[in-house]
Design a protein around this ligand. Structure first.
Ligand code: PXG
Length: 294
């Protein structure tokens, strides 16, 4: 994080020390709000339109009227990275319910608050990208869609945070989260992919896996490469017996998994399908997205 960082803070571009929110903001008091994690590569904001669509869908689902157009939101994101002169960035876009009183009623919050932070992120240590990650199944199940639909990227990420704590306590960096029924769902901030006999498998969004933007890009790249992609219901047995496993996410990008619950996946090294898709993904990030200049 640099000292000259400029943050879009509810209508104004301010320095880091001035980017403050009220304790009465319901984003803080109740996790009432929505967010996106976005990346830019090589002066292009990767899949920005998809991220904007997703945050508007998240907001719409929680009856939060963002109050500005999608184009205005795109302009805020691009202007924030531009002002920070970042060629490559990790961008956090947040829309909170805004200031209210000490009750949870959102009707007491007249105006939503929008924030955009452009910086960087390192999710996993460098060597895990080449050597692979160990993951552990945790007891915290993914939120059930009938209680809080996991497609909503809400500011309340406690479900995922509890899973991350369990993984940390088990001595690994990432958790496999199951659905209430015991099907493999996703990880704490990443989607999960398996390769079995040349077929690419990933859990279906209707069970609670986020329809990740990196996930969608990987599916497109695989299909364009002639790889068969399917979204079946899967159990841990499928993970343990897969030829390859990897995770996808904006922050994580593509990361190989070589061990799940002590079972070695494939031959214990990043597999050929993963390597091929990683190369294609890296190529795509250099050319795809909303271009900007300083
Ligand atoms: N699943 C969940 C639950 C997520 O929150 C993904 C999958 C991947 O989706 P995208 O669209 O990014 O390919 C996410 C997104 C973090 C962090 O610090 C992760 C996300 C968002 C913010 C922070 O790990 N994940």
């Amino acid at each position: 994080m640099n000292d000259t960082m400029i943050i879009y803070c509810d209508g104004h571009y301010v320095g880091k020390d001035d980017a403050k929110i009220s304790v009465f903001n319901h984003g803080f008091l109740y996790g009432d709000g929505v967010f996106e994690g976005i990346r830019s590569y090589n002066n292009r904001v990767f899949r920005l339109k998809e991220h904007i669509d997703r945050i508007y869908n998240s907001a719409n689902s929680i009856l939060l009227d963002i109050g500005i157009s999608r184009q205005e939101m795109i302009d805020i994101v691009v202007e924030t990275v531009r002002r920070n002169k970042l060629k490559d960035a990790y961008i956090r876009l947040v829309v909170a319910r805004g200031d209210g009183d000490l009750g949870l009623d959102p009707l007491k919050c007249p105006k939503p608050a929008i924030y955009c932070i452009a910086g960087s992120i390192v999710l996993y240590p460098e060597e895990t990208y080449t050597q692979g990650l160990k993951v552990q199944t945790v007891s915290t199940r993914r939120n059930i869609p009938s209680a809080l639909n996991p497609q909503i990227k809400s500011l309340n990420y406690l479900n995922n945070i509890m899973a991350k704590i369990e993984a940390n306590r088990a001595g690994v960096l990432e958790a496999i989260m199951l659905t209430q029924e015991g099907y493999v769902c996703e990880c704490t901030g990443d989607n999960l992919f398996l390769v079995k006999k040349g077929v690419l498998l990933t859990p279906p969004p209707y069970i609670g896996a986020l329809q990740g933007i990196t996930r969608n890009a990987v599916i497109e790249l695989a299909q364009a490469d002639g790889i068969d992609v399917r979204e079946p219901l899967m159990t841990l047995y499928d993970v343990y017996t897969a030829d390859e496993c990897f995770l996808t996410g904006t922050a994580a990008e593509l990361i190989p998994v070589i061990d799940a619950d002590g079972r070695t996946i494939g031959n214990g090294t990043p597999g050929p399908v993963f390597k091929r898709l990683l190369e294609k993904f890296r190529g795509l990030t250099q050319v795809d997205g909303e271009a900007y200049s300083f």
